[in-house]
Design a protein around this ligand. Structure first.
Ligand code: NCD
Length: 301
């Protein structure tokens, strides 16, 4: 399933390079992008993906919808359902919300990020970006660094990268690692580290930096921003030693980046080694593949 979506995304990436970016795959279909949380990349790329495939895409955000007047999620979903749309692409701050929504509608639901749970298309576009740059991920070492407690990107990447055979090390201060991570790491076969420098000495092929998600933090997860950066930021100095050790290291970040906190300009903007904008570009192709699979089936069959 993962590989066939990645392969299909390759076809769609070619569409992105065409002068006229319109194909017929979803003509006559209606897609609602229902976003209860802020988003730049994910929402825009889903909208572009739908439009390039000739679907009618409509954006609904919490602020401009009746959700801001107190309407329940169930009523919002049932209201949209009554309009006979084909798919709802949904982002919600509550983990599990898309799963619930699927019970209240006949249309397809695509999870565009739910709370601290999953962000499947992000993990797919990350895998697409890594395989395009590195070939097979079998045996490749990926270090996932940052605020793992609050990260749905981390959780989805864990599943996808494991399925593709990558070796994973997760790195974070103890306060930003999900509880129970030690037994989880044993059952799922990944390494846990509290020491970024030690992990970087292992010369990982990919360093995936994740954002410090201040909006999901209720208390103090680290003493000061400066201390976080010193311990866990991909600083200019760390980046220089990474490149010295392994010049072909790849750096990923799903965005939005907190520049100067978890990542410095050097790695973020490294023309050869930063794949941050490749991730954005892959996002459209992956979302085209996901929408096609969901709404019309494999390769439009
Ligand atoms: C991620 C998200 O929303 O979960 N961003 C994204 O989809 N591009 C990661 C984040 O917000 O840090």
């Amino acid at each position: 399933m993962i590989n066939s979506l990645l392969n299909r995304a390759k076809d769609f990436h070619d569409v992105q390079r065409n002068k006229v970016k319109k194909i017929d795959t979803l003509r006559g279909k209606t897609i609602i992008n229902l976003f209860f949380e802020d988003s730049t990349r994910t929402r825009t790329s889903f909208e572009i993906a739908g439009k390039w495939m000739s679907a009618d895409t409509i954006n609904v955000t919490a602020k401009g919808s009746s959700a801001s007047k107190g309407e329940s999620l169930r009523d919002t979903i049932r209201t949209i359902n009554a309009m006979a749309v084909d798919a709802i692409v949904m982002r919600h701050p509550a983990s599990g919300a898309p799963h619930l929504a699927a019970q209240w509608t006949d249309s397809h639901i695509l999870n565009a990020g739910d709370g601290m749970c999953e962000h499947p298309t992000q993990a797919l576009l990350d895998a697409y970006t890594m395989t395009t740059r590195l070939g097979s991920l079998d045996g490749k070492h990926v270090a996932i660094v940052g605020d793992l407690t609050h990260s749905r990107v981390f959780r989805s990447n864990l599943h996808t990268l494991k399925a593709l055979g990558a070796q994973i090390t997760v790195v974070a201060p103890p306060t930003l690692l999900p509880s129970g991570v030690d037994s989880w790491s044993k059952s799922h076969g990944f390494a846990v580290s509290y020491d970024l420098d030690e992990t970087l000495e292992e010369r990982p092929d990919v360093i995936m930096m994740l954002r410090v998600q201040k909006e999901r933090m209720s208390g103090g997860y680290f003493p000061t921003a400066r201390e976080y950066t010193v311990g866990y930021g991909l600083t200019e100095a760390r980046w220089r030693s990474v490149i010295d050790r392994k010049p072909d290291t790849l750096v990923l970040h799903p965005g939005p980046m907190n520049r100067g906190l978890e990542i410095a300009a050097g790695p973020a903007d490294d023309i050869e080694r930063s794949a941050v904008l490749d991730q954005v570009s892959a996002g459209v192709a992956i979302r085209m593949a996901a929408l096609e699979r969901l709404i019309v089936g494999e390769k439009g069959n």
